[in-house]
Design a binder for this molecule. Sequence first.
Ligand SMILES: Cc1cc2nc3c(=O)[nH]c(=O)nc-3n(C[C@H](O)[C@H](O)[C@H](O)COP(=O)(O)OP(=O)(O)OC[C@H]3O[C@@H](n4cnc5c(N)ncnc54)[C@H](O)[C@@H]3O)c2cc1C
Length: 82
Amino acid sequence: MTESLKAGIYYLDRKLRGFAHPDALLTGVETRSSAPCRIPRDENLQSSIRGIYPVGEGAGHAGGIVSSAVDGIKIAEAILTS
Ligand SMILES: Cc1cc2nc3c(=O)[nH]c(=O)nc-3n(C[C@H](O)[C@H](O)[C@H](O)COP(=O)(O)OP(=O)(O)OC[C@H]3O[C@@H](n4cnc5c(N)ncnc54)[C@H](O)[C@@H]3O)c2cc1C
């Protein structure tokens, strides 16, 4: 893993000058990514269980802060108009 990281950092330095600067400090890597599965929703944004609205990242409908927030607004509107 260390060798791969080292190679990756030097590779990125060719695209983003300074990425492998000698003063740069590597403190950690982000090892988590978004949910690998998605709970399906119908046209009313509900799951197959009525009244359950899968929302946000854990449900597989968003991949970050903004998309989770936007998905939350969509679901809130769906609940208010149901
Ligand atoms: C280390 C890290 C770095 C990240 N960096 C970025 C970044 O730079 N930019 C970016 O866009 N995204 C980033 N993300 C992703 C982003 O944080 C998430 O995509 C987003 O917060 C998901 O929002 P959400 O509302 O779907 O879920 P969450 O923010 O996880 O909210 C779920 C909420 O439900 C609560 N909960 C869970 N179970 C229950 C229960 N049984 N009863 C009541 N409450 C419950 C939890 O306590 C939590 O408050 C990062 C994530 C991590 C882990």
